[in-house]
Design a protein around this ligand. Structure first.
Ligand code: IDC
Length: 473
């Protein structure tokens, strides 16, 4: 019966609506996955933590360990995109602040304790505090006296003359500051040295939303951005051969689904490259104030499909696993929660990691109200998913209307341990009914109601396994 059920599950999953986007990313085995110590593919789900770190003098997010516990328990997160800043790492040229890194390490331990993984994100928006943004230290900000006033919306700060000049100097488009990129690469090397042996740290997101100043997008990505990534990867590999190096494309355009011009980066580590791809998605119709309703919903959906294709193409070129590093929306907007579900299912079809923007409890975007109780978004983010898969994932889908989770994978000899699935209490109040494509009696499941974790061990067949999970009645 299990076999029959599983055979049926595949055609059901390939409903007409899904087929188009499903087909572009499924099954040919060229997508990479970040794996855990047992070789299992990790499906990463988490939050960006947090915007509050940007303006805090010590660079720490306003997010105590109790909130890490709350999100892990209520949202089932196994991942965090944790914001760090160059201004804190290297407050004076060539001088690193190890007390800051100790504080970061303490925060990382809160995630580690719960079996969660961390991607460190060297955040910047609008260059740095000296241009009314965040990220870069004042000593690395050269505006040549041009104005860089705070703007509303904040993104407009990117085209203030002083901000453009600061970026032009950073990328050395001006030919006057070749030292700044070297400083940046060495700052990362210092961070990598500190975390090389920390098993909770998966890797390093080299720069948040890169912006080329006056250099146009594709030329910027192909030239100085790829150069910086190559240089930084080499600096990191002097001290850390194992962590993943995550690349972001230019934000403007690529966040809307346009193609990226990033070059493939050469990883000097022995063995397979560990270069990942961590783009964001912020569809233009919503960026310019639209709601996820009517025609702007239609254009947003088109954006998501284009984004999925463009991102997959870049990731394949680099043989990189994909983590969607940011997506988010003001939850008070009509259709917002449905937009979040659409992004979740788009990323799911790509079997990509996801980090929602953000964990902050006070701006109407996050899953927490200002009193830190769960907001309307919390149950949307609390979505069933396989946290670790004992093989190479080939298909993943969660249908929230029927609470049906379906995924497939091919087993691999080098992988130990079972497949672990997290199931939220709202959709799976009494646990789950599982069917597997494997012969009856050849696979086992155990359910831990405390951690809401379902563990499934499948036999080694060298073939594809399909697992379907529905709420127990
Ligand atoms: C936003 C914060 C907002 C802050 C602004 C500037 O939510 O409070 O004023 O940054 O620092 C991004 C950025 C991310 C943004 C986020 C939402 O990477 O830092 O956070 N966003 O605007 N890119 C697109 C959207």
């Amino acid at each position: 019966r299990a076999v029959a059920a599983a055979v049926l599950a595949v055609p059901i999953a390939l409903s007409a609506v899904e087929a188009a986007s499903w087909g572009t990313t499924t099954g040919d085995g060229t997508l990479r996955y970040v794996t855990d110590a047992q070789g299992r593919a990790l499906i990463l789900r988490g939050l960006n933590t947090a915007s509050s770190a940007k303006s805090a003098p010590d660079g720490m997010p306003d997010y105590p360990e109790s909130m890490v516990e709350q999100e892990h328990r209520l949202l089932g997160t196994n991942f965090v995109r944790f914001l760090i800043q160059w201004r804190n790492v290297e407050p004076r040229p060539g001088r690193y602040d190890d007390v800051y890194l100790d504080n970061v390490a303490e925060r990382i331990s809160w995630y580690a304790k719960r079996g969660m993984y961390v991607m460190l994100d060297m955040h910047q928006d609008v260059y740095g505090p000296a241009t009314n943004g965040n990220g870069a230290p004042a000593w690395a900000t050269n505006t040549d006296g041009l104005a860089a006033k705070a703007q509303d919306p904040w993104e407009l700060g990117y085209i203030q003359p002083g901000t453009l000049r600061a970026f032009d100097h950073f990328w050395n488009t001006t030919g006057q500051h070749p030292e700044l990129r070297r400083h940046y690469a060495n700052a990362w090397k210092h961070v990598a040295q500190r975390f090389a042996d920390d098993p909770a740290v998966l890797g390093y997101d080299l720069m948040n939303e890169p912006w080329g100043g006056t250099l146009p997008g594709l030329a910027f990505e192909r030239g100085p951005l790829s150069d910086l990534y190559q240089q930084t990867t080499e600096a990191i590999r002097e001290v850390d051969l194992n962590k993943w190096v995550f690349l972001e494309p230019r934000a403007v355009g690529v966040n809307w689904g346009l193609a990226s011009g990033l070059r493939a980066i050469d990883d000097p580590r022995p063995g397979e490259d560990r270069i990942g791809y961590a783009p964001h998605v912020y569809p233009l119709p919503l960026d310019i104030g639209g709601q996820y309703t009517g025609s702007s919903e239609k254009w947003t959906d088109r954006t998501l499909r284009a984004w999925s294709r463009a991102v997959t193409a870049t990731a394949r070129r680099q043989n990189a696993p994909i983590i969607l590093g940011e997506f988010g929306i003001d939850n008070t907007k009509p259709g917002a929660l449905q937009f979040v579900r659409s992004v979740q299912s788009t990323a799911e079809a790509m079997r990509a990691g996801q980090a929602y923007w953000s964990a902050d409890p006070n701006d109407g975007w996050g899953p927490w109200n200002s009193d830190k109780t769960p907001s309307e978004l919390a149950p949307v983010l609390a979505r069933a998913y396989p946290r670790a898969i004992a093989g190479t994932p080939t298909r993943l889908r969660y249908d929230e209307t029927t609470a049906t989770l379906t995924f497939s994978f091919r087993d691999k000899t080098a992988v130990t341990g079972s497949t672990e699935v997290w199931l939220p209490p709202e959709d799976f109040p009494r646990g789950a009914t599982v069917t597997a494509s494997d012969a009856p009696g050849s696979w086992r499941q155990t359910w831990d109601p405390e951690s809401r974790s379902l563990s499934i061990s499948t036999p080694r067949t060298g073939r594809e396994h399909t697992i379907t999970i529905t709420p127990a009645r």
